[in-house]
Design a protein around this ligand. Structure first.
Ligand SMILES: Nc1ncnc2c1ncn2[C@@H]1O[C@H](COP(=O)(O)OP(=O)(O)OP(=O)(O)O)[C@@H](O)[C@H]1O
Length: 237
């Protein structure tokens, strides 16, 4: 049954502006950006270097406060929240996947997923089952005991995606997931990401330079000089 709750976007930015000090001047990294991402939707953001894509992820991920405008994550407006509440919100609601997946060198693939419950001091049987289920969902069961140095770039990215989904995030923010991969692996990773986003119902924003993977996404938006817009089809070729 469709409920009004499920229609609420998991991520909503309204008229978000971000200005950053740069020497004597200020840079408008985001210029009245509005974006709504539904549960189970994969939105790609493309655009030239310096156009504001990373800034958008930083603000959408509650890592950087907007200068003005409204950011709502998982139904909660984040302006005015304390640093502690923001950290909690990031832990509960947001998954991050980075270009270099920031895996810890000494841990096996399985333990990368268990690090958060480990730090919280309690790894339960449910955590272990969840980690194994997620590793299976990204095709990594046979590599679960390997450390990052024993994995390929594509395999590391799979572990990074599984780790980001460990906390059942409302919002998944993905920065250049394919930049270290060849075309065929890049295609596999974004196909996998799309499949996981659709299956789990997380709302995903993926920044990419890789126009060849866009067919796997549900929507493509273009960032230019801090402004987010629907691209003209020719500009994606
Ligand atoms: N910490 C900062 N202080 C000042 N200006 C910044 C800072 N970070 C980014 N900028 C500026 O904000 C604008 C947007 O940068 P941003 O990193 O969001 O772009 P991007 O589209 O992610 O670029 P790339 O594709 O190269 O990663 C640029 O003009 C950049 O120089």
């Amino acid at each position: 049954m469709t409920t009004s709750h499920s229609l609420t976007p998991a991520l909503s930015l309204t008229d978000v502006t971000l200005t950053l000090p740069a020497g004597d001047e200020t840079v408008t990294a985001l210029d009245r950006v509005s974006l709504e991402v539904a549960r189970g939707e994969l939105v790609a953001i493309v655009g030239p270097s310096g156009s504001g894509k990373s800034s958008l992820l930083a603000v959408a991920g509650a890592l950087m406060p907007a200068t003005s405008g409204t950011v709502v994550i998982g139904g909660q407006a984040i302006s005015g929240l304390s640093k502690r509440k923001l950290a909690q919100l990031r832990q509960d609601q947001i998954g991050f996947v980075f270009q270099s997946t920031n895996l810890l060198p000494s841990l096996s693939a399985r333990d990368q997923l268990l690090i958060v419950p480990h730090i919280a001091g309690r790894i339960t049987a449910q955590h272990r089952a969840k980690a194994d289920e997620l590793l299976a969902s990204v095709g990594m069961t046979h590599r679960a005991d390997r450390r990052p140095s024993q994995l390929s770039g594509g395999e590391r990215q799979r572990v990074g995606i599984a780790r980001a989904l460990m906390g059942d995030p409302a919002v998944l923010l993905v920065d250049e997931p394919t930049s270290a991969l060849d075309h065929s692996r890049a295609d596999d990773i974004v196909a996998l990401l799309a499949e996981r986003v659709h299956a789990t119902g997380t709302a995903c924003v993926m920044v990419t330079h890789d126009t060849e993977v866009l067919s796997h996404t549900d929507r493509v938006l273009r960032m230019q000089d801090g402004v987010l817009a629907k691209p003209a089809p020719a500009s994606l070729a």
